[in-house]
Design a protein around this ligand. Structure first.
Ligand SMILES: Cc1cc2nc3c(=O)[nH]c(=O)nc-3n(C[C@H](O)[C@H](O)[C@H](O)COP(=O)(O)OP(=O)(O)OC[C@H]3O[C@@H](n4cnc5c(N)ncnc54)[C@H](O)[C@@H]3O)c2cc1C
Length: 382
């Protein structure tokens, strides 16, 4: 397969980069300090159609395909990982669940505002006792007439404080594991829904990560997304696509790290020349470029496969695993090339290094991705 990008991609990349340069980068330090993303910035991202990139126009989307959404996330992440995570969690996870499993009425009600950035979404799956082992979740939704009553707690939820819509997984058949999980959408402010901010993350400090407590949260039956007990099945297909987004974020961060390494190497004077005059530094930069080329190819290819409707069950896991690990190595090399200054709080590479570490952990830790890849291999070789 020749990786040929659609025509809209180059102008889109330039437009996102222009937005990031003029409106996002100047606010990064202030948002890192505040530990929050500026609401006016979220509005702007919505107006530009970037939250809506993967969704159809009839639901408020901008129909740029998975490949367009990949470019959006990559270019935003080049400037600020936390902002990219906000977009990924709201559109790539929460809104996408509605797009995949919701009725037309639910899409109009919940997907459209999320696609337009008028309402932020949170994707509430992980619990203290159920991270990689999703079917072990304990949060339960009990049917009561025309209502469901939800009790439980979710951990590590991105956009928890900002969100208007909490796309929540809960067991409707607690006797079952994966086959007893359903999906609901809950509005912020619903009685019994409590948000507790998690403090002090290593990185992505401007991305808010919260614990969500459900204390007898009563919702109408029309908040059930898809059929009862099919929540996990929808989550698995959604996560396949959103993993391309995680790769895109890593790719953007790695590209920025290479640019920073190049600039630093060619301005740092030592031994009568610059660091960039040393062949070791040149080879390190060349290795970083090899890594970027490979990571970019695999990310765009997987996005295009998704747009073509191909099965990406294994490819999405390969893409997430390879690109997050290649990017981590590249970012580490860039920091090393910066020497001591790269270790000092406030240097751009120091933040990228901290921000990137979580990429191997969330949306299915890389060990879990390797389980997926092996499972498909058994079908192929087995
Ligand atoms: C900053 C941040 C934001 C997040 N945002 C969200 C969000 O918006 N929504 C959401 O639902 N969740 C979110 N998460 C949760 C994230 O998806 C989980 O942390 C992740 O799935 C891992 O689960 P865990 O932390 O419980 O680790 P565990 O599942 O306890 O795993 C611990 C370790 O064991 C490994 N492991 C687990 N199972 C196996 C196995 N079978 N074989 C080999 N190794 C294994 C894991 O890879 C990991 O290294 C977020 C997490 C963080 C840190």
């Amino acid at each position: 397969m020749v990786v040929q990008l659609p025509e809209h991609i180059d102008p889109l990349r330039l437009a996102v980069r222009d937005f990031a340069t003029r409106e996002l980068r100047p606010r990064v330090d202030e948002m890192e300090e505040a530990g929050a993303i500026d609401r006016s910035l979220i509005d702007k991202i919505g107006q530009l159609g970037y939250f809506g990139a993967p969704f159809e126009e009839r639901w408020g989307g901008s129909a740029m395909g998975e490949i367009g959404f990949t470019i959006v996330q990559e270019e935003i992440a080049r400037a600020h990982a936390s902002t990219a995570v906000l977009v990924a969690a709201s559109s790539g996870l929460a809104a996408r669940m509605i797009a995949v499993a919701g009725s037309d009425e639910q899409k109009k009600r919940f997907l459209t505002p999320m696609a337009q950035g008028k309402g932020v979404g949170a994707f509430c799956l992980t619990e203290a006792g159920a991270g990689s082992d999703v079917p072990a979740m304990a949060t339960a939704a009990l049917a009561d007439g025309d209502n469901f009553v939800i009790n439980g707690q979710k951990n590590f939820i991105s956009n928890g404080q900002l969100a208007e819509y909490f796309v929540t997984f809960a067991k409707t058949d607690p006797a079952q594991r994966g086959r007893g999980i359903s999906l609901f959408v809950i509005d912020a402010g619903t009685p019994g829904l409590e948000i507790v901010r998690l403090e002090d993350k290593m990185g992505i400090r401007a991305s808010d990560t919260a614990e969500i407590v459900y204390d007898n949260v009563r919702i109408d039956r029309d908040r059930l997304i898809g059929d009862e007990n099919t929540g996990l099945q929808h989550a698995l297909s959604t996560l396949n696509q959103s993993r391309i987004g995680i790769a895109a974020i890593s790719l953007g961060m790695a590209k920025e790290a290479v640019k920073l390494a190049w600039e630093y190497a060619h301005q740092r004077e030592l031994f009568g020349g610059t660091l960039g005059d040393q062949q070791v530094a040149q080879h390190t930069l060349a290795d970083m470029q090899i890594s970027l080329y490979t990571a970019e190819s695999i990310t765009y290819r997987t996005a295009l496969m998704s747009d073509a409707g191909e099965n990406i069950e294994s490819e999405a896991s390969i893409c997430k695993t390879f690109v997050t690990e290649a990017a981590e190595e590249t970012i580490d090399r860039s920091l090393q090339m910066h020497g001591g200054i790269g270790y000092i709080r406030g240097s751009a590479i120091e933040r990228i290094y901290r921000d990137h570490r979580v990429q191997r952990i969330y949306e299915g830790a890389n060990e879990v991705q390797r389980n997926n890849i092996y499972r498909v291999m058994r079908r192929l070789y087995g």
